[in-house]
Ligand binder design. Structure first.
Ligand SMILES: [Zn+2]
Length: 85
């Protein structure tokens, strides 16, 4: 259940920041779009780029970085360790 954000929002449980939502570009033509190039490798005339739109971040488990964090958080609510206000 991936969720995207417009800022590197911390995981509600462990505080890990949301990751940049990137896409790969793999071609024999250099990338000419308007996405940011985070990483670029060229070998045998093949351009291998990691692209990012400059604003989108994601967590893999909704507001949590991973399923384990969401489950631990839910259990902490049941046991009363975390209180929702
Ligand atoms: Zn987490």
């Amino acid at each position: 259940m991936r969720r995207t954000f417009k800022e590197p929002r911390p995981c509600k449980f462990c505080g890990n920041k949301a990751k940049k939502l990137t896409q790969s570009y793999y071609s024999n033509e250099p990338y000419r779009g308007n996405l940011h190039i985070l990483k670029q490798k060229t070998h045998n005339d093949i351009h291998d780029c990691t692209l990012w739109d400059g604003e989108t971040y994601y967590h893999n488990a909704g507001f949590f970085c991973k399923n384990k964090c969401a489950i631990e958080f839910a259990n902490d609510i049941i046991t009363g360790k975390i209180k929702l206000t």
